[in-house]
Write a protein that binds this ligand. Structure first.
Ligand SMILES: [Zn+2]
Ligand SMILES: [Zn+2]
Length: 367
């Protein structure tokens, strides 16, 4: 079939809108007519060569749309179903079987090769092979080829064009709270970096019953939004030592939990230093600093640090939970979003990089 997609021809280049041919799905694959796709920093990490992957390639990995065609062995979705696309996982390794598909042994090869595991491509421009299969979806396109394992069926009364970011950035922040840290009602948390991932963590902390929720960032407009979404305190970290402010002015002894969304060495140190005894810090959603230097004395009192991928969620379980929270006013992520048309995708990128837009969602032309 013919599709229109935003393709990245070279590293550090803008996206180009072009037409391609997409092959029919294999037995375990699904073609989804994309309604809209979120823009996530991992798309830009590929553009900037932080993640090595062959080009040209069609990116996009927060897709939402309507099932168009299913492969011969797919039984859990049918044409017309509304779906969100999540990262792919194999379903057969020990981590998948244990309910942790974000740590799938085949995660890298299923999501970042640009082609199938057998080496075959599905996207073509004439005789030229075009990379796809980014998070096994490449959803900056009018149609996406996905795997039956990364399709999440969602209710038809949910606003489909809004839902794509639940498949990556928002499940990363919310899942790190709800699935990993698991705060109890009345506990405390500090979130370092309140971009979309951090704001999802703030909303999830409020929904979980945390009563002290501290937002930390260097941008006052983000801190203001964090307060609207549930933060009880906010700290601009530009000129203060955050752990000292928390300890002396907010919660003597420190917080139960902290989250770092920046991957920066100095920020991770502050996130750990803000913890009370036996507190837990989760570093989420980023390519972390290659060498973390930390004063290990903090760990002697039972404090812990984990790196968390994709909120350690089972997307087919967790994304419907987030939609349910949204419908009940407990996860108002629509407040983060700005929509762009596919032809304006480079404007979406520029606005995201300037910090003007928190979560850009690119709408596909509906022919
Ligand atoms: Zn697996
Ligand atoms: Zn992402």
């Amino acid at each position: 079939m013919r599709i229109t997609a935003a393709v990245l021809e070279h590293a550090h280049a803008p996206f180009e809108i072009k037409d391609f041919t997409l092959d029919d799905p294999n037995a375990n694959e699904v073609i989804v007519k994309i309604v809209a796709t979120g823009l996530c920093h991992t798309d830009l990490a590929v553009r900037d060569e932080h993640i090595p992957i062959g080009m040209p390639i069609i990116l996009g990995h927060e897709g939402a749309g309507i099932v168009e065609t299913v492969g011969s062995s797919v039984t859990h979705v049918k044409p017309g179903d509304h779906v969100v696309l999540a990262p792919a996982s194999c379903g057969t390794c020990a981590f998948c079987l244990d309910g942790h598909p974000s740590y799938c042994e085949n995660f890298m090869s299923l999501n970042f090769l640009g082609h199938r595991l057998d080496g075959s491509y599905a996207y073509h421009a004439g005789k030229k092979q075009i990379g796809g299969f980014f998070f096994y979806q490449s959803s900056f396109a009018t149609y996406a080829l996905a795997h039956e394992r990364n399709i999440v069926k969602v209710p038809k009364d949910a606003p489909l064009e809004l839902l794509g970011p639940l498949g990556c950035g928002l499940q990363t922040g919310a899942g790190s709270v709800i699935n990993v840290l698991r705060p109890r009602a009345g506990e405390s948390i500090a979130v370092f970096g309140v971009g979309p991932v951090g704001l999802a963590a703030i909303m999830a902390a409020k929904a979980s019953g945390c009563t002290t929720i501290i937002a930390v960032d260097v941008f006052d407009n983000r801190l203001k939004l964090a307060e609207e979404l549930g933060a009880t305190h906010s700290i601009n970290s530009k000129t203060t030592v955050v752990s000292e402010v928390i300890n002396s002015e907010i919660l003597h002894g420190g917080v139960h939990y902290s989250i770092d969304t920046t991957g920066r060495n100095d920020v991770i140190n502050q996130a750990v230093a803000s913890l009370r005894f036996m507190g837990h810090c989760a570093v989420v959603g980023v390519i972390p600093t290659p060498k973390l230097e930390i004063d290990t004395a903090v760990f002697t009192m039972g404090r812990g640090l984990s790196y968390v991928i994709e909120g350690d969620s089972v997307p087919q379980v967790f994304i419907p939970q987030l939609i349910s929270l949204y419908k009940n006013g407990l996860f108002p992520f629509d407040k983060l979003v700005k929509f762009y048309d596919l032809e304006d995708i480079n404007e979406a990128v520029a606005d995201t990089e300037k910090g003007v837009t928190l979560k850009a969602i690119v709408r596909m032309p509906q022919k």
